[in-house]
Ligand binder design. Structure first.
Ligand code: SF4
Length: 389
């Protein structure tokens, strides 16, 4: 069982807060599709280096079952039908994608047209992730998003009409133009639309983004951390009252509508990433492709994968396990920690966790530790305190 991530590094325009790798010029797009297809073949042996050690041949590795495929970016919904078909053909040629695989495509609202929905469905996409961000025009303007509120609402209705029941949307809170009351209204609109899954993120101002420069030069309002925390609190309470499971710090779903692909990241399942800046993980090592269109295309042309490689130590693996586990509603299980990493790590975790239990930031149920409501505001800080260094 494994997942595949395909990074499409093109956007119609750059949103001010974004630090994902993407470019606006689309002149290299056809070459990029060919290169991504080639990388699928080049990466066949990477998925399980252990299998190679055991002498399993390339053909068998190719049949490694793929249970989730995720098109992210950038903006994968910019791909035309022939480009997307080329990717799907190569995917099925090189990998055994299970018949029940979750296949997600990130789409911007302005690309959700009848024509595109028909093509996506025909090719096997069964889950759409729509980058709505806010149902308020003022917020969309602050974020420099290309779409309007009207397009956002139309896109959700159209996707529904075309039978994409597994929809998820992204919303951002902590935007200086978004008051707490307006945030509640955004959430009410989300609930009225009966969307089964949401990823809600606090606006973070990443260095080197246009947003950082605009705030730094005093041209626009800065982000208020207190307002952000209040809106996270509103979000958690609202979702709980509306029957959504808070299954990961930024993700909520109705029962049974988990994002399987993201779950596999959090559960340490192998995945392969294709395209510039994409990451791959095989249980013991991690790779990340170069974040450059030119360098990526040139390397693939020469039959090499332009990636940096990191062999993960036991401590690295434990730390990742703690970081991802603690952010989910399943938490960290010290029995599993002992089994995977040994008694020393189990004892270390228990010792470090004590102060967080005392401060009611963690809950303990037998061997399982989860974040409390209060602890969720400090999730990353608590996790790093439990790291083995
Ligand atoms: S559309 Fe998405 S990937 Fe592209 S610039 Fe905006 S936030 Fe970034």
């Amino acid at each position: 069982m494994a997942g595949i991530y395909i990074h499409i590094p093109y956007c119609r325009h750059k949103c001010s807060y974004c630090n994902f790798f993407s470019v606006v010029s689309r002149k290299s797009m056809n070459d990029m599709i060919q290169a991504i297809c080639l990388e699928m073949k080049l990466r066949l042996p990477v998925l399980s280096s252990d299998s190679l050690d055991k002498g399993i041949n390339e053909l068998e590795i190719a049949r490694y079952s793929i249970d989730t495929v995720y098109f992210g970016g950038g903006t994968p919904s910019l791909l035309d039908s022939s480009q997307l078909k080329q990717i799907f053909d190569n995917l099925h040629l090189n990998y055994r994608v299970s018949a029940t695989a979750e296949i997600t495509l990130e789409a911007n609202p302005d690309d959700i047209t009848t024509e595109n929905l028909i093509i996506w469905k025909e090719l096997g996409v069964n889950r759409l992730s729509i980058g709505i961000q806010s149902f308020r025009q003022e917020d969309l303007n602050y974020l420099n998003r290309a779409h309007t509120v009207e397009t956002a609402l139309d896109s959700i209705k159209l996707a529904r009409k075309f039978g994409f029941p597994d929809l998820t949307i992204d919303l951002i809170y902590g935007i200086p133009t978004l008051s707490n009351d307006q945030w509640i209204k955004n959430l009410e609109l989300f609930a009225e639309l009966s969307i089964p899954h949401i990823s809600a993120y606090s606006l973070t101002v990443e260095p080197r983004t246009p947003l950082f420069k605009l705030i730094d030069s005093g041209k626009i309002q800065p982000v208020d951390e207190i307002q952000s925390s209040e809106q996270f609190d509103i979000l958690m309470k609202f979702m709980e009252n509306h029957g959504y499971l808070h299954y990961e710090i930024s993700n909520f779903c109705l029962p049974g509508h988990y994002a399987k692909h993201n779950l596999s990241y959090w559960k340490g399942i192998d995945y392969l990433g294709f395209g510039p800046s994409a990451h791959s993980f095989n249980g013991t090592s991690r790779q990340w492709n170069v974040s450059s269109i030119h360098e990526y295309l040139e390397a693939i042309k020469l039959g090499t994968i332009p990636a940096e490689f990191e062999k993960l130590t036991l401590s690295n693996l434990y730390n990742e396990n703690v970081m991802t586990g603690l952010r989910t509603m399943w938490g960290c299980d010290t029995k599993e920690i002992k089994q995977q990493f040994g008694a020393e790590y189990e004892h270390y975790f228990e010792k470090q966790a004590m102060k967080w239990l005392d401060q009611s930031m963690l809950n303990q149920n037998g061997s399982i530790y989860t974040l409390t409501h209060k602890g969720k505001f400090l999730a990353d800080g608590i996790a790093s305190d439990l790291f083995y260094i």
